[in-house]
Design a protein around this ligand. Structure first.
Ligand code: NDP
Length: 369
């Protein structure tokens, strides 16, 4: 097999570097200018709080409008991402390595003692580079952790849209592609609609910014979550009406549970007395919600997310395991994460966590796990 074309398609060109830098510049500039709700983050150990400008949805819509205009004026090729997928992937990977090396160096040199910038150095270079040195490093006042996760989610949608336009251009638009595109677009739009909920998630509050998170946000999310789309560009699947209906149901149920559970926790954190499903909430030790989805399993939100992930792959049928990469990966990640979160909560909440576990014994899937 001649591997030269493959190797060549992986080498970053000035076009892919330009595309990536334009994207980041747009996110940095427009993200600082466009209006958005200013949301306070969780209180850090030193009592300080970061503030996040949640204008991701507006940022996304303006970007898509600009790209649409650029396409009409023949300045932008609508299939450029789909045509240069591998090259963009390697460019983003190289960028992630470089930026995290820089974060490592800057972090090690920091003498700041506040919770956001305090350096956590073990002395093991690989460990420190991988997990990061600082909790919330900034660049010209931009919180980089929030910035990168936003870039990754938007990048995923841009890749999908380019794949969709390529399928249209090649007269290869199938029911499977339409279903996949609709589910992912709804999920990503929903993510930005509820962007403020991100400010209390594990990645934002607990992980330091190192290669693991930057690579996860910039490379892993956009390029592996879109595998189904790439796969559908080259494979045809015939879906029965029953399969389409079942697929829509999996998405719908997953979405309702995922969004409902995350929303209940978010509302509870803001107002512990707010009704859950129309009733006063059951609260343990004044801190833990044991009503609604949080009274059914301790991580129903993970279950919902897993169903949604499955619904992204079902349009591809069952002839190949490749399109199931995302739900399988997410299953492993969320089971692992649930264990880590459990340990963190047990340490933080002590006996009231045990009380909660006794009352709600199921971790993710009621009556099974
Ligand atoms: P959660 O949003 O579930 O947050 C866990 C935290 O919530 C705990 O550490 C604790 O924090 C608090 N908490 C836990 N139980 C309770 C309770 N009963 N009452 C009140 N507070 C509670 O976890 P994640 O941040 O991991 O996930 C957020 C969403 O992101 C999920 O829907 C997940 O599926 C999704 N996700 C998706 C990924 C993907 O790749 N698609 C990857 C990772 C996550 P505290 O100390 O503040 O009380």
């Amino acid at each position: 097999m001649d591997i030269n074309p493959l190797v060549n398609s992986l080498i970053p060109s000035s076009i892919s570097v330009g595309l990536l830098l334009s994207f980041f510049t747009y996110l940095a500039v427009a993200g600082s200018i466009l209006p958005g709700k200013i949301v306070p983050g969780v209180t850090l150990t030193d009592g300080t709080r970061l503030h996040y400008r949640c204008n991701g949805l507006l940022l996304l819509l303006v970007l898509i409008a600009l790209l649409g205009i650029g396409t009409q004026l023949d300045i932008v090729s609508p299939t450029i991402i789909a045509d240069r997928g591998l090259e963009l992937l390697s460019t983003t990977f190289v960028f992630s390595v470089l930026v995290t090396l820089l974060l490592y160096v800057v972090g090690c040199k920091s003498s700041d003692q506040n919770s956001s910038l305090k350096p956590h150095v073990t002395g093991n270079l690989i460990h420190d580079w991988w997990f990061g040195i600082q909790l919330n490093p900034q660049f010209f006042g931009i919180d980089l952790k929030f910035f990168f996760v936003r870039a990754g989610m938007m990048g995923w949608l841009l890749i999908n849209l380019s794949i969709l336009l390529k399928a249209l251009k090649d007269s290869n638009l199938t029911q499977s592609m339409i279903l996949y595109q609709i589910f992912c677009t709804l999920y990503i739009i929903d993510y930005f609609f509820y962007e403020e909920f991100m400010t209390s998630t594990w990645d934002i509050i607990a992980e330091r910014l190192g290669f693991m998170l930057v690579f996860g946000d910039l490379v892993w999310i956009p390029y592996t979550f879109s595998i189904q789309g790439w796969w559908l560009l080259h494979n045809k699947v015939e879906l029965t009406t029953a399969a389409i209906v079942a697929n829509c149901l999996v998405f719908f149920i997953g979405y309702v549970v995922f969004r409902g559970a995350n929303k209940q926790k978010h509302v509870f954190k803001k107002d512990p007395k707010a009704p859950i499903w129309g009733r006063p909430p059951k609260v343990i030790g004044g801190k833990l919600l044991a009503s609604g989805y949080w009274g059914i399993a301790r991580h129903s939100n993970y279950l919902g997310d897993l169903l949604v992930a499955l619904s992204f792959s079902l349009p591809c049928g069952i002839s190949s395991p490749i399109p199931y990469f995302y739900p399988v990966y997410l299953l492993i990640l969320l089971v692992w994460r649930e264990r880590r979160d459990e340990a963190r909560c047990a340490q933080k909440y002590k006996e009231i966590w045990n009380e909660y576990c006794n009352l709600v014994p199921w971790r993710i899937l009621p009556y099974v796990y």
